[in-house]
Design a binder for this molecule. Sequence first.
Ligand SMILES: Nc1nc2c(ncn2[C@@H]2O[C@H](COP(=O)(O)OP(=O)(O)OP(=O)(O)O)[C@@H](O)[C@H]2O)c(=O)[nH]1
Ligand SMILES: [Mg+2]
Length: 403
Amino acid sequence: MDLKTFQAATMSEALAQVKSSMGPTAVILHTRTYRRHCWLGLRRQEVVEITAGKGLSVPDRALRRATPVQSHVLVAANGKALPLVARPAPQAGRQLLESPAGHGAAMLGLTEEISNIKTLVKDLVKQTRQQRVPQVPEELFDFYTQLVDSEVEEELAADIIKQLARQLRPEHLRQVDFIREKLIESIERLLPAAGPIVRTKTAGPQIVALIGPTGVGKTTTIAKLAANLRLREKRRTGLITIDTYRIAAIDQLRKYADIIGSPLRVTGSPEDLRGAVAAMRDCEFILIDTAGRSPNDALKLSELKAFLSAANPDEVHLVLSTTASQECVELAMSRFADVRADKLIFTKLDEAAHLGVVLNVIHKVRKSLSYVTTGQDVPDHIEIGRGRNLARMILGAGKEKGQ
Ligand SMILES: Nc1nc2c(ncn2[C@@H]2O[C@H](COP(=O)(O)OP(=O)(O)OP(=O)(O)O)[C@@H](O)[C@H]2O)c(=O)[nH]1
Ligand SMILES: [Mg+2]
């Protein structure tokens, strides 16, 4: 097969070249338009490029659909060259995938076109965003974009960047690493850490309850916390579940309690719960798992409140998943707004596409972050929440070594 590339100032000139060089049966494989510098680089000129093939051994079916150059020239003469040329060319190219030479040419062209479209879309998104937030300084716009791409809410992202801009002197604006460091510090300040669960009293157990929407990882997190307290810190740790709805859920915690060697009590009413807490008064820590209640179910939330008031916990951690959408997390927050929650745990960081939601939520509810969980393994996949690590992850940088 004979493959050639032709360049001209217009589509019709390029097609005329193809026709005169390769004849009317040549088939167009690819067309593109680009600008090149001329006049010592002072001016840019548009160039139309056509890649055409001749003597193609393609099946009849393909030849019937492929458009010979002749018809392009006729169409071009009618002033409608571009749309008609553009459509048959990739179609012919697709048919020619069966020929090795045609395959290479067509794939090269497609890759280039896709990359051009990507650049165009990126530029358009940037322009639109810049118009929406004209207050963000141009030099810091890429950092603003990184925050928004991590799903930090636009208003919050703009505020963070504007505040950052006020801290920077003009000579800093070119120092990307310096700016990034300052930005990490700014985000870190917005993510206060609660620190790990510790005893805050000298007598009686520290009572900790975990609440949150269904399936976010409450039971798994309780198991991780209990295993760490019991096995690593050698603390007497009792477990209570008020998950009375599903036998499977109780079994799940019982399995962990057995492995860890901690007592487990299953309670079905606030009175039961009060009794279970009293029975575990010799423990240093009591961890209470709660049933996964749908955030839509207001009645069951009032039940949860009754359980919590019976247990009288020292701390209540609201567990939220980083894999949920911003809307889902907000819905959960509004449903649980009425229930006491002192600290936040974010789960499933290992599966989250973006971590902006953590910043959005903490900024909104002004609660501190106690733990994050990073996988399904008990007890290893849990870490004390550290604002700096999260800030780095939000900006697409990895965690710092040793953290
Ligand atoms: N990838 C990943 N999966 C997790 C993590 N934490 C929990 N899971 C998984 O999430 C699923 C639900 O976890 P559970 O602990 O049963 O969630 P729950 O909040 O107790 O659920 P309900 O009791 O039904 O409300 C399980 O398959 C866990 O293994 C995590 O950090 N990362
Ligand atoms: Mg559970």
